[in-house]
Ligand binder design. Structure first.
Ligand SMILES: C[S@@+](CC[C@H](N)C(=O)[O-])C[C@H]1O[C@@H](n2cnc3c(N)ncnc32)[C@H](O)[C@@H]1O
Length: 215
């Protein structure tokens, strides 16, 4: 398997597969994917029969996805859906690219767009992940573990770096609670076996997953 495929497998093993478990059955449901990016996760939702709306602030994704099964909207956060129209909302590795005020507004918009009983599942870099050499990425914190501290992210095997923000678990919980959502699940998947390519993943969960519901 190529390095790129192992990187992707790492994201699925410790993150995206658990999003699927937390979401439950998606066939026939309307799901909003915030920060849809290359749509690697949205595509899976569409394959399982969900009606997917993807938002991203990056305009260049618009042309790529408007031909496919995903309804793409170029928008900041989650402000594009009619009230109470989504069964579920997902955000995979996208809230970390938002400063806290944008994340808080996004959570409010998510709560408005969710139907009663609907859930918001998020998958984010674990707050304790900076400094570890994970198979998929290395995160370096530029300053103390404080809300909004910039983080440099390097994808393994590439010179490619980008920046996002450090958020505490308590901040995720706070913005969800302030938006009127109730946290009902938390996951911190790790590698449990000896051997294999995942060494750092045996010591530290790379990702943090939360599910919050609109009750
Ligand atoms: C690291 S990528 C993750 C993409 C995809 N969710 C995945 O798991 O592969 C983060 C994405 O979030 C988008 N993003 C960041 N801030 C955003 C915002 N305020 N509103 C919408 N999209 C945003 C970026 O443009 C980027 O495509």
């Amino acid at each position: 398997m190529s390095l790129e495929k192992y990187r992707d497998a790492t994201d699925w093993t410790f993150g995206l597969n658990h999003v699927t478990t937390l979401l439950g059955h998606v066939g026939g449901r309307k799901i909003l994917d915030i920060g849809v990016g290359s749509a690697r996760y949205a595509q899976q939702l569409a394959n399982q029969g969900a009606a997917v709306v993807g938002t991203d602030r990056t305009q260049s994704y618009l042309e790529r996805w408007q031909q496919g099964p995903i309804h793409y909207v170029c928008a900041d956060g989650a402000s594009c859906l009619a009230q109470e129209s989504a069964d579920s909302v997902v955000a995979t590795f996208s809230l970390c690219e938002m400063p806290q005020d944008v994340m808080a507004q996004t959570a409010v918009d998510v709560a408005l767009s969710l139907k009663q009983g609907g859930s918001f599942v998020l998958c984010e870099p674990h707050p304790d992940s900076p400094g570890y050499e994970f198979y998929s990425n290395h995160r370096e914190l530029h300053g103390p573990k404080r809300e909004g501290t910039p983080v440099t992210v390097r994808l393994r095997g590439t010179a490619h770096t980008f920046h996002d923000y450090w958020h505490a678990e308590s901040t995720y919980r706070e913005v969800l609670r302030d938006a009127g959502l109730t946290v009902t699940a938390l996951r911190e998947p790790m590698w449990q076996s000896a051997g294999g390519i995942w060494q750092a993943e045996r010591e530290q969960p790379p990702y943090l997953l939360l599910r919050a519901e609109k009750r």
